[in-house]
Design a protein around this ligand. Structure first.
Ligand SMILES: Cc1cc2nc3c(=O)[nH]c(=O)nc-3n(C[C@H](O)[C@H](O)[C@H](O)COP(=O)(O)OP(=O)(O)OC[C@H]3O[C@@H](n4cnc5c(N)ncnc54)[C@H](O)[C@@H]3O)c2cc1C
Ligand SMILES: NC(=O)c1ccc[n+]([C@@H]2O[C@H](COP(=O)([O-])OP(=O)(O)OC[C@H]3O[C@@H](n4cnc5c(N)ncnc54)[C@H](O)[C@@H]3O)[C@@H](O)[C@H]2O)c1
Length: 440
């Protein structure tokens, strides 16, 4: 039995950052990752980085093969760098095995045959096992060839001429954009009447129009009933017709990876199968923490990174940072142009009882659009008329993934909207539009 100061299960964003930080403080750390293709975690290997690389290549008019090759190069380099970063540290041992709890104190490392090769105990244990694609229990889903999840679709050897995407959330819309930019004909099967329902209505309808203008076909308000193969092609059957393609992507949500022997522990799960944590990310066992996607809540790399800050603060800090005070959580849906959001929309703010003022500017009225040669999109902000604080922003525009971070900072720091309105910004930039956007 080996003993460490900290055992981290899963090579995710929070875990690898904790490992390096605590090793730097002289602590002995074990990191267990079940798959060498996943050193560095989901984001760099099968998530954010490969998907955004493919999107970038599509927008730059590269073809499918060029895009896939660059994705492979980028991921390969990052995987290697991530492994080296931990493995070269004398205070960190990286184990490539599957971790299984034997009890609250002990974790077994299993090889591919399920045999225990090592057992580890540690003063603190951090579960950072992430999540995986949800495969809906629909007839034929397991036996029909040509059905992929987001990981599989990014490893295709040949470009699908036609791609059907089931689901209309983040992954669906991003992959619809990627594959249509790379030249595939894309259809999205949506079980709702609309897409982007939580978003501002003007922004959602503008984004819908743009996606349709890019050639993406939306089949809205249908229920998938079965998958099968017809004339050698995967086919999706719905309550309103059948559709076949060269490939089908399931983008139907994600489920936490909790197959780690939790039945041998006192760790409890929540209603959605996530590991239950308190606001300091402690599980129902005091010395075991859960970080990143496996604990549910918002699923983003920067949330996993912030989870690292919370656990660090809990173990060696002043225990002040929690999931309740980490500030507003912005996000970007990487369609083209990207849709970025923080805080409330106007209708949400009204429902909450705020007395609001709204600002809006179309991208075609921002000078930078001439240089970008891109007049698509609009920006909207909501401010509190009583306090002058910013309540939210919905930015659908090129470079919005950068601009949104400034608004998040202003909201967290309670900077009044008038400061954003009257600030000096460099020119010609998209951000200088805040001078007009905040004239509410
Ligand atoms: C297609 C896609 C695109 C995305 N795009 C974005 C984006 O643009 N921006 C963004 O912020 N977020 C994005 N996300 C979400 C983001 O990738 C995740 O929120 C983030 O990676 C969180 O990771 P994590 O820290 O929870 O752990 P992960 O990075 O998921 O790491 C968990 C690791 O644990 C390992 N593991 C699991 N079980 C065991 C076990 N029993 N033993 C040992 N190891 C185990 C897994 O192999 C994995 O490597 C995207 C996700 C997907 C799928
Ligand atoms: N840019 C980013 O930050 C980014 C990008 C991709 C993914 N992510 C993260 O990954 C998470 C998961 O993304 P996702 O798109 O898989 O999930 P999601 O929850 O956003 O969307 C799931 C979609 O699948 C549909 N669906 C579910 N079951 C279905 C069924 N049986 N038939 C038809 N449709 C069905 C839902 O109605 C919804 O439209 C996101 O919540 C996000 O946190 C982030």
């Amino acid at each position: 039995m080996k003993h460490y100061d900290m055992l981290i299960i899963g090579f995710g964003k929070a875990g690898k950052t904790l490992a390096k930080d605590f090793a730097g403080q002289g602590k002995k750390i074990a990191v267990v990752e079940q798959d060498s293709n996943m050193y560095g975690g989901t984001c760099i290997n099968v998530g954010c980085i490969p998907s955004k690389t493919l999107l970038h290549e599509g927008i730059e008019h590269h073809d499918f093969n060029q895009a896939m090759q660059r994705k492979k190069d980028v991921v390969g380099a990052l995987n290697k760098k991530n492994f080296g970063n931990l493995d070269s540290d004398e205070n960190i041992d990286v184990y490539t095995y599957k971790a299984q709890f034997q009890d609250n104190e002990t974790v077994a490392l299993l090889d591919q045959n399920g045999e225990t090769v090592e057992t580890i105990q540690a003063t603190d244990i951090v579960i950072n096992t992430g999540n995986r694609s949800n495969i809906p229990d629909i007839k034929g889903v397991k036996d029909t060839e040509g059905i992929y999840d987001s990981k599989g679709i990014m490893s295709l050897e040949n470009q699908p001429e036609e791609l059907i995407i089931v689901g209309a959330g983040y992954i669906a819309l991003e992959f619809a954009t990627i594959f249509s930019k790379l030249g595939s004909k894309v259809s999205v099967i949506n079980n709702d009447k609309h897409i982007l329902k939580p978003e501002d209505k003007d922004i959602a309808s503008s984004a819908y129009e743009q996606l349709v203008a890019q050639g993406i076909n939306f089949i809205d308000d249908v229920t998938v009933t079965e998958f099968s193969t017809n004339n050698g092609k995967p086919t999706v059957h719905t309550n309103n017709g059948s559709h076949h393609a060269d490939a089908i992507l399931l983008a139907t949500g994600r489920v936490p990876n909790t197959d780690i022997g939790l039945e041998n522990t006192d760790i409890e799960l929540g209603d959605r199968g996530e590991i239950k944590v308190n606001s300091s990310l402690q599980t129902t066992v005091d010395h075991i923490y859960a970080v990143g996607d496996v604990k549910g809540g918002p699923q983003f790399t920067y949330i996993s990174l912030d989870d690292y800050r919370i656990v660090k603060d809990q173990l060696v800090g002043n225990k002040e940072r929690t999931i309740e005070n980490r500030g507003h959580v912005p996000y970007t849906v990487f369609i083209d142009p990207p849709l970025s959001r923080v805080g409330m929309t106007a209708s949400q703010a009204k429902k909450e009882g705020y007395n609001i003022k709204e600002g809006m500017i179309e991208v075609k009225n921002i000078p930078r659009h001439k240089i970008n040669n891109d007049d698509r999109g609009l920006l909207k902000v909501v401010v509190d008329a009583d306090t002058s604080l910013v309540l939210g922003a919905s930015l659908y525009a090129k470079e919005s993934e950068e601009m949104i971070n400034l608004i998040k900072l202003a909201m967290d720091q309670e900077i009044p909207y008038t400061t954003l309105r009257d600030n000096i910004y460099t020119h010609p930039t998209m951000t200088e539009s805040f001078n007009d956007l905040f004239k509410v």
